[in-house]
Write a protein that binds this ligand. Sequence first.
Ligand code: HGY
Ligand code: MN
Ligand code: MN
Length: 417
Amino acid sequence: MSKSNVSVSLAVDAERLWRRHMDLAKIGATAKGGVNRQALTPEEARARVQLRDWAEARGFSTAIDAIGNLFFRREGTDPDAAPVVTGSHIDSQPTGGKFDGAFGVLAGLEVLEAVEDAGIVTKRPLEFVAWMNEEGGRFQPATMGSAVYAGKADFEEMLDVVDADGVKVRDALPDAIAATPGAAPRELGAPMAAYIEAHIEQGPLLEMAEKTVGVVTGIQGARWFAVEVLGEEAHAGTTPNAARKDALKAALAMINEMQALMEDPTDTLRFTIGRLEVSPGSPNTVPGRVFFTVDFRHPDLAVFTDKGDRISEICRRNAHGLPVTVKETYHVPPITFHEDVVGRVREAVNSLGYAHMDIISGALHDAKYMNDICPSAMIFVPCERGLSHNELENAAKDDLAAGTRVLAEALVALANA
Ligand code: HGY
Ligand code: MN
Ligand code: MN
Protein backbone atom coordinates (compact mmCIF):
# COMPACT_ATOMS: atom_id res chain seq x y z
CA MET A 1 0.00 0.00 0.00
CA SER A 2 2.95 2.34 0.47
CA LYS A 3 2.89 5.03 -2.27
CA SER A 4 6.67 5.23 -2.27
CA ASN A 5 8.94 2.25 -2.00
CA VAL A 6 11.13 4.13 0.47
CA SER A 7 11.12 2.12 3.66
CA VAL A 8 9.93 4.36 6.47
CA SER A 9 12.94 3.57 8.67
CA LEU A 10 15.22 5.35 6.16
CA ALA A 11 13.20 8.52 6.72
CA VAL A 12 13.66 8.46 10.51
CA ASP A 13 15.79 11.52 11.32
CA ALA A 14 18.06 10.87 14.32
CA GLU A 15 19.04 14.54 14.68
CA ARG A 16 15.43 15.76 14.66
CA LEU A 17 14.51 13.12 17.23
CA TRP A 18 17.38 14.03 19.51
CA ARG A 19 16.69 17.78 19.19
CA ARG A 20 13.07 17.19 20.17
CA HIS A 21 14.21 15.37 23.32
CA MET A 22 16.47 18.24 24.27
CA ASP A 23 13.74 20.81 23.54
CA LEU A 24 11.06 18.93 25.48
CA ALA A 25 13.49 18.47 28.40
CA LYS A 26 13.70 22.26 28.72
CA ILE A 27 10.11 22.17 30.00
CA GLY A 28 10.39 21.43 33.72
CA ALA A 29 14.19 21.25 33.50
CA THR A 30 16.00 20.77 36.84
CA ALA A 31 19.43 22.09 37.80
CA LYS A 32 20.90 18.58 37.72
CA GLY A 33 19.89 18.02 34.09
CA GLY A 34 16.67 16.12 34.65
CA VAL A 35 13.02 17.12 34.56
CA ASN A 36 10.31 17.74 37.13
CA ARG A 37 7.16 17.71 34.97
CA GLN A 38 4.62 16.01 37.17
CA ALA A 39 1.12 15.14 36.04
CA LEU A 40 -1.34 18.05 35.63
CA THR A 41 1.19 20.74 36.52
CA PRO A 42 1.80 23.94 34.53
CA GLU A 43 5.03 22.40 33.24
CA GLU A 44 3.18 19.39 31.87
CA ALA A 45 0.61 21.70 30.27
CA ARG A 46 3.45 23.51 28.47
CA ALA A 47 4.72 20.17 27.20
CA ARG A 48 1.23 19.40 25.85
CA VAL A 49 1.26 22.68 23.92
CA GLN A 50 4.75 21.95 22.55
CA LEU A 51 3.66 18.53 21.28
CA ARG A 52 0.54 20.01 19.70
CA ASP A 53 2.60 22.69 17.95
CA TRP A 54 5.06 20.13 16.55
CA ALA A 55 2.28 17.81 15.41
CA GLU A 56 0.04 20.42 13.87
CA ALA A 57 2.99 21.97 12.02
CA ARG A 58 3.02 18.68 10.05
CA GLY A 59 -0.74 18.61 9.54
CA PHE A 60 -1.46 15.95 12.14
CA SER A 61 -4.72 16.48 14.05
CA THR A 62 -5.13 16.59 17.83
CA ALA A 63 -7.73 14.94 20.04
CA ILE A 64 -8.20 14.68 23.80
CA ASP A 65 -10.37 12.48 26.01
CA ALA A 66 -12.15 13.23 29.28
CA ILE A 67 -9.21 12.16 31.52
CA GLY A 68 -6.70 14.22 29.55
CA ASN A 69 -5.05 11.60 27.31
CA LEU A 70 -3.77 13.54 24.27
CA PHE A 71 -3.85 11.94 20.78
CA PHE A 72 -2.18 13.02 17.51
CA ARG A 73 -3.31 11.50 14.20
CA ARG A 74 -2.17 11.08 10.60
CA GLU A 75 -5.04 9.94 8.43
CA GLY A 76 -5.04 6.71 6.41
CA THR A 77 -7.01 5.90 3.28
CA ASP A 78 -9.74 4.28 5.39
CA PRO A 79 -10.95 6.90 7.89
CA ASP A 80 -13.30 4.38 9.50
CA ALA A 81 -10.50 1.91 10.26
CA ALA A 82 -9.36 1.76 13.86
CA PRO A 83 -5.93 3.41 14.14
CA VAL A 84 -2.59 1.77 14.81
CA VAL A 85 -1.30 3.60 17.86
CA THR A 86 1.99 4.25 19.63
CA GLY A 87 2.90 6.58 22.50
CA SER A 88 3.87 6.84 26.16
CA HIS A 89 3.83 9.71 28.68
CA ILE A 90 5.22 13.23 29.17
CA ASP A 91 4.64 13.41 32.91
CA SER A 92 7.72 12.69 35.01
CA GLN A 93 8.87 11.77 38.48
CA PRO A 94 9.79 14.74 40.73
CA THR A 95 13.46 13.92 40.04
CA GLY A 96 12.89 12.41 36.61
CA GLY A 97 15.02 12.15 33.50
CA LYS A 98 14.82 13.44 29.93
CA PHE A 99 13.86 10.09 28.36
CA ASP A 100 11.40 8.15 30.61
CA GLY A 101 8.11 8.45 28.71
CA ALA A 102 9.31 11.28 26.50
CA PHE A 103 11.11 8.82 24.20
CA GLY A 104 7.91 6.89 23.48
CA VAL A 105 5.95 10.05 22.70
CA LEU A 106 8.69 11.67 20.60
CA ALA A 107 9.37 8.38 18.78
CA GLY A 108 5.67 8.41 17.86
CA LEU A 109 5.95 11.94 16.51
CA GLU A 110 9.09 10.97 14.60
CA VAL A 111 7.35 7.95 13.04
CA LEU A 112 4.46 10.08 11.78
CA GLU A 113 6.91 12.64 10.39
CA ALA A 114 9.00 9.92 8.74
CA VAL A 115 5.88 8.41 7.14
CA GLU A 116 4.93 11.90 5.93
CA ASP A 117 8.45 12.61 4.64
CA ALA A 118 8.60 9.25 2.86
CA GLY A 119 5.17 9.90 1.29
CA ILE A 120 3.91 6.58 2.58
CA VAL A 121 0.18 5.98 2.40
CA THR A 122 -1.30 3.69 5.03
CA LYS A 123 -4.72 2.08 5.08
CA ARG A 124 -5.24 2.67 8.79
CA PRO A 125 -4.70 6.02 10.50
CA LEU A 126 -1.49 6.25 12.56
CA GLU A 127 -1.66 7.89 15.98
CA PHE A 128 0.63 8.65 18.86
CA VAL A 129 -0.63 9.42 22.37
CA ALA A 130 0.64 11.11 25.53
CA TRP A 131 -1.13 9.20 28.33
CA MET A 132 -2.15 11.25 31.35
CA ASN A 133 -0.42 10.54 34.70
CA GLU A 134 1.59 7.44 33.87
CA GLU A 135 4.02 7.98 36.73
CA GLY A 136 1.62 8.00 39.66
CA GLY A 137 4.12 10.01 41.70
CA ARG A 138 1.76 12.92 42.44
CA PHE A 139 -1.60 11.18 41.99
CA GLN A 140 -1.82 7.44 42.69
CA PRO A 141 -2.32 5.06 40.99
CA ALA A 142 0.20 5.09 38.19
CA THR A 143 -0.94 4.62 34.58
CA MET A 144 -4.14 6.44 35.54
CA GLY A 145 -5.02 7.83 32.09
CA SER A 146 -4.54 4.57 30.21
CA ALA A 147 -6.39 2.61 32.91
CA VAL A 148 -9.43 4.90 32.61
CA TYR A 149 -9.20 4.75 28.80
CA ALA A 150 -9.19 0.94 28.91
CA GLY A 151 -12.10 0.87 31.37
CA LYS A 152 -9.90 -0.60 34.13
CA ALA A 153 -10.20 2.38 36.49
CA ASP A 154 -13.38 4.31 37.28
CA PHE A 155 -13.35 7.82 35.81
CA GLU A 156 -15.22 9.52 38.66
CA GLU A 157 -13.15 7.70 41.29
CA MET A 158 -9.92 8.87 39.63
CA LEU A 159 -11.22 12.45 39.55
CA ASP A 160 -11.45 12.35 43.34
CA VAL A 161 -7.84 11.20 43.87
CA VAL A 162 -5.91 13.83 45.82
CA ASP A 163 -2.20 14.66 45.90
CA ALA A 164 -0.10 15.25 49.05
CA ASP A 165 -1.33 18.87 49.16
CA GLY A 166 -4.99 17.85 48.95
CA VAL A 167 -5.41 18.94 45.31
CA LYS A 168 -7.89 16.71 43.48
CA VAL A 169 -7.41 15.40 39.96
CA ARG A 170 -10.79 16.98 39.19
CA ASP A 171 -9.38 20.42 40.15
CA ALA A 172 -6.06 20.08 38.30
CA LEU A 173 -7.36 18.41 35.12
CA PRO A 174 -9.21 21.38 33.50
CA ASP A 175 -5.99 23.38 33.03
CA ALA A 176 -4.33 20.42 31.31
CA ILE A 177 -7.28 19.98 28.96
CA ALA A 178 -7.51 23.73 28.33
CA ALA A 179 -3.85 23.77 27.23
CA THR A 180 -4.81 22.42 23.78
CA PRO A 181 -8.15 24.14 23.09
CA GLY A 182 -8.42 23.05 19.45
CA ALA A 183 -8.22 19.33 20.26
CA ALA A 184 -11.21 17.30 19.09
CA PRO A 185 -13.06 15.26 21.72
CA ARG A 186 -11.98 11.61 21.84
CA GLU A 187 -14.21 8.97 23.39
CA LEU A 188 -12.72 6.95 26.22
CA GLY A 189 -12.04 3.42 24.99
CA ALA A 190 -12.33 4.29 21.29
CA PRO A 191 -11.14 1.18 19.38
CA MET A 192 -7.49 0.71 18.40
CA ALA A 193 -6.23 -1.87 15.94
CA ALA A 194 -2.86 -2.36 17.65
CA TYR A 195 -0.50 -0.55 20.03
CA ILE A 196 3.31 -0.53 20.31
CA GLU A 197 5.11 1.56 22.95
CA ALA A 198 8.78 2.49 22.75
CA HIS A 199 10.56 3.15 26.05
CA ILE A 200 14.03 3.20 27.58
CA GLU A 201 14.59 -0.05 29.51
CA GLN A 202 15.11 1.75 32.84
CA GLY A 203 17.33 -1.17 33.87
CA PRO A 204 20.84 -2.46 32.97
CA LEU A 205 20.12 -5.66 31.02
CA LEU A 206 20.37 -4.39 27.41
CA GLU A 207 23.51 -2.39 28.15
CA MET A 208 25.12 -5.37 29.92
CA ALA A 209 24.26 -7.66 26.99
CA GLU A 210 25.40 -4.98 24.51
CA LYS A 211 22.05 -5.07 22.70
CA THR A 212 20.53 -2.09 20.88
CA VAL A 213 16.89 -3.19 21.02
CA GLY A 214 14.75 -5.07 23.55
CA VAL A 215 11.83 -7.08 22.17
CA VAL A 216 9.53 -6.77 25.16
CA THR A 217 7.43 -9.92 25.62
CA GLY A 218 5.63 -8.88 28.82
CA ILE A 219 5.49 -6.74 31.97
CA GLN A 220 6.03 -8.02 35.51
CA GLY A 221 3.22 -7.63 38.04
CA ALA A 222 3.09 -4.66 40.41
CA ARG A 223 1.26 -4.17 43.69
CA TRP A 224 1.31 -0.84 45.59
CA PHE A 225 0.15 -0.38 49.18
CA ALA A 226 -0.41 2.72 51.32
CA VAL A 227 -0.03 2.05 55.05
CA GLU A 228 -0.98 4.43 57.90
CA VAL A 229 -0.14 3.66 61.55
CA LEU A 230 -1.65 5.82 64.31
CA GLY A 231 -0.01 6.06 67.73
CA GLU A 232 -0.01 8.77 70.39
CA GLU A 233 2.32 11.75 70.50
CA ALA A 234 4.13 11.91 73.86
CA HIS A 235 7.18 13.41 75.52
CA ALA A 236 10.40 11.62 74.48
CA GLY A 237 12.01 12.18 77.86
CA THR A 238 9.29 11.38 80.33
CA THR A 239 7.13 8.71 78.70
CA PRO A 240 7.99 5.17 79.82
CA ASN A 241 8.25 2.57 77.05
CA ALA A 242 5.37 0.63 78.59
CA ALA A 243 3.13 3.65 78.15
CA ARG A 244 4.18 4.54 74.64
CA LYS A 245 2.05 4.20 71.48
CA ASP A 246 4.98 4.68 69.14
CA ALA A 247 3.73 4.66 65.53
CA LEU A 248 7.26 4.51 64.11
CA LYS A 249 8.32 1.54 66.24
CA ALA A 250 5.33 -0.41 64.90
CA ALA A 251 5.93 0.74 61.30
CA LEU A 252 9.58 -0.31 61.43
CA ALA A 253 8.58 -3.77 62.73
CA MET A 254 6.18 -4.08 59.78
CA ILE A 255 8.80 -2.98 57.26
CA ASN A 256 11.50 -5.24 58.73
CA GLU A 257 9.25 -8.30 58.53
CA MET A 258 8.27 -7.40 54.94
CA GLN A 259 11.92 -7.05 53.95
CA ALA A 260 12.63 -10.51 55.38
CA LEU A 261 9.69 -11.93 53.42
CA MET A 262 10.90 -10.27 50.22
CA GLU A 263 14.49 -11.57 50.41
CA ASP A 264 15.23 -13.21 47.03
CA PRO A 265 18.59 -14.89 46.28
CA THR A 266 17.73 -14.87 42.55
CA ASP A 267 17.36 -11.04 42.68
CA THR A 268 14.14 -11.22 40.66
CA LEU A 269 11.76 -9.75 43.23
CA ARG A 270 11.52 -5.95 43.60
CA PHE A 271 10.45 -4.43 46.94
CA THR A 272 10.60 -0.68 47.64
CA ILE A 273 9.51 1.55 50.51
CA GLY A 274 9.52 4.78 48.52
CA ARG A 275 7.75 7.13 50.90
CA LEU A 276 8.00 7.22 54.70
CA GLU A 277 6.37 10.13 56.55
CA VAL A 278 6.79 10.45 60.33
CA SER A 279 4.63 12.96 62.23
CA PRO A 280 5.13 15.32 63.90
CA GLY A 281 8.78 14.75 62.98
CA SER A 282 10.15 16.36 66.12
CA PRO A 283 13.27 14.82 67.72
CA ASN A 284 11.74 14.85 71.19
CA THR A 285 8.16 13.75 70.50
CA VAL A 286 7.11 10.10 70.19
CA PRO A 287 5.69 9.76 66.63
CA GLY A 288 1.89 9.81 66.59
CA ARG A 289 1.46 8.97 62.91
CA VAL A 290 3.47 7.16 60.27
CA PHE A 291 2.54 6.80 56.58
CA PHE A 292 4.54 4.63 54.19
CA THR A 293 4.18 3.16 50.71
CA VAL A 294 5.06 -0.30 49.42
CA ASP A 295 5.94 -1.06 45.78
CA PHE A 296 6.19 -4.84 45.26
CA ARG A 297 6.82 -6.41 41.84
CA HIS A 298 7.39 -9.88 40.43
CA PRO A 299 7.03 -11.55 37.00
CA ASP A 300 5.59 -14.82 38.41
CA LEU A 301 1.86 -14.76 39.19
CA ALA A 302 2.11 -17.23 42.11
CA VAL A 303 4.82 -15.23 43.90
CA PHE A 304 3.08 -11.95 43.02
CA THR A 305 -0.10 -13.31 44.66
CA ASP A 306 1.29 -15.22 47.66
CA LYS A 307 3.81 -12.65 48.88
CA GLY A 308 1.64 -9.67 48.03
CA ASP A 309 -1.28 -11.14 49.98
CA ARG A 310 0.91 -11.34 53.12
CA ILE A 311 1.58 -7.59 53.34
CA SER A 312 -1.70 -6.68 55.05
CA GLU A 313 -1.37 -9.50 57.58
CA ILE A 314 2.20 -8.46 58.43
CA CYS A 315 1.01 -4.90 59.09
CA ARG A 316 -1.83 -6.00 61.35
CA ARG A 317 0.32 -8.42 63.34
CA ASN A 318 3.03 -5.80 64.02
CA ALA A 319 0.63 -3.02 64.96
CA HIS A 320 0.53 -4.25 68.58
CA GLY A 321 -2.87 -2.76 69.11
CA LEU A 322 -2.26 0.53 67.27
CA PRO A 323 -4.83 1.41 64.57
CA VAL A 324 -3.35 0.56 61.16
CA THR A 325 -4.93 0.97 57.73
CA VAL A 326 -3.54 -0.85 54.69
CA LYS A 327 -4.89 0.19 51.28
CA GLU A 328 -3.81 -1.59 48.11
CA THR A 329 -3.66 1.31 45.65
CA TYR A 330 -2.39 -0.63 42.64
CA HIS A 331 -2.75 -4.26 41.63
CA VAL A 332 -1.61 -5.15 38.13
CA PRO A 333 -0.78 -8.84 37.54
CA PRO A 334 2.04 -9.87 35.19
CA ILE A 335 1.08 -9.74 31.49
CA THR A 336 2.29 -11.26 28.22
CA PHE A 337 2.12 -9.17 25.05
CA HIS A 338 0.29 -10.31 21.92
CA GLU A 339 2.42 -12.67 19.84
CA ASP A 340 1.32 -11.13 16.48
CA VAL A 341 2.49 -7.66 17.47
CA VAL A 342 5.65 -8.95 19.18
CA GLY A 343 6.19 -10.79 15.91
CA ARG A 344 5.98 -7.52 13.94
CA VAL A 345 8.60 -6.02 16.24
CA ARG A 346 10.80 -9.08 15.73
CA GLU A 347 10.44 -8.91 11.94
CA ALA A 348 11.35 -5.21 11.96
CA VAL A 349 14.40 -5.59 14.20
CA ASN A 350 15.64 -8.56 12.17
CA SER A 351 15.17 -6.71 8.87
CA LEU A 352 17.08 -3.73 10.26
CA GLY A 353 19.77 -5.96 11.68
CA TYR A 354 20.03 -4.48 15.18
CA ALA A 355 21.48 -6.58 18.01
CA HIS A 356 18.46 -7.46 20.12
CA MET A 357 17.12 -9.73 22.85
CA ASP A 358 13.78 -10.64 24.40
CA ILE A 359 13.12 -8.94 27.73
CA ILE A 360 10.37 -8.68 30.36
CA SER A 361 9.68 -5.13 31.51
CA GLY A 362 10.52 -4.47 35.15
CA ALA A 363 8.78 -1.09 34.94
CA LEU A 364 5.07 -0.40 34.55
CA HIS A 365 3.85 1.02 31.27
CA ASP A 366 0.60 2.18 29.70
CA ALA A 367 1.01 -0.68 27.22
CA LYS A 368 -0.23 -2.95 30.01
CA TYR A 369 -3.73 -1.49 29.73
CA MET A 370 -3.61 -1.23 25.97
CA ASN A 371 -2.91 -4.98 25.96
CA ASP A 372 -6.36 -5.40 27.54
CA ILE A 373 -8.12 -3.68 24.63
CA CYS A 374 -6.00 -4.42 21.54
CA PRO A 375 -2.97 -6.51 20.49
CA SER A 376 0.04 -4.71 21.98
CA ALA A 377 3.80 -4.90 22.43
CA MET A 378 6.77 -2.76 23.45
CA ILE A 379 10.24 -1.89 22.21
CA PHE A 380 13.10 -1.03 24.61
CA VAL A 381 16.37 0.78 24.03
CA PRO A 382 19.20 0.89 26.59
CA CYS A 383 19.76 3.74 29.03
CA GLU A 384 23.11 4.54 30.61
CA ARG A 385 23.87 2.31 33.61
CA GLY A 386 20.18 1.35 33.53
CA LEU A 387 19.57 4.52 35.56
CA SER A 388 16.05 6.00 35.54
CA HIS A 389 13.75 7.94 37.88
CA ASN A 390 16.96 9.91 38.35
CA GLU A 391 17.97 13.30 36.90
CA LEU A 392 21.14 11.75 35.44
CA GLU A 393 19.07 9.41 33.21
CA ASN A 394 20.72 9.25 29.80
CA ALA A 395 20.31 7.45 26.45
CA ALA A 396 22.33 7.41 23.23
CA LYS A 397 21.07 9.29 20.16
CA ASP A 398 21.79 6.31 17.91
CA ASP A 399 19.92 3.90 20.20
CA LEU A 400 16.86 6.18 20.28
CA ALA A 401 16.95 6.35 16.47
CA ALA A 402 17.35 2.57 16.19
CA GLY A 403 14.35 1.94 18.44
CA THR A 404 12.34 4.47 16.45
CA ARG A 405 13.24 2.79 13.14
CA VAL A 406 12.04 -0.57 14.48
CA LEU A 407 8.86 1.11 15.74
CA ALA A 408 8.28 2.79 12.38
CA GLU A 409 8.60 -0.41 10.35
CA ALA A 410 6.35 -2.36 12.73
CA LEU A 411 3.64 0.33 12.84
CA VAL A 412 3.52 0.79 9.05
CA ALA A 413 3.33 -2.99 8.59
CA LEU A 414 0.41 -3.14 11.04
CA ALA A 415 -1.30 -0.12 9.44
CA ASN A 416 -1.30 -1.89 6.07
CA ALA A 417 -2.04 -5.41 7.33
O1 HGY B 1 6.87 2.83 38.29
C1 HGY B 1 7.06 2.49 37.12
O2 HGY B 1 7.42 1.35 36.85
C2 HGY B 1 6.87 3.46 35.97
O3 HGY B 1 8.13 3.85 35.51
N1 HGY B 1 6.10 4.61 36.35
MN1 MN C 1 7.80 5.55 31.88
MN1 MN D 1 8.71 6.28 35.10
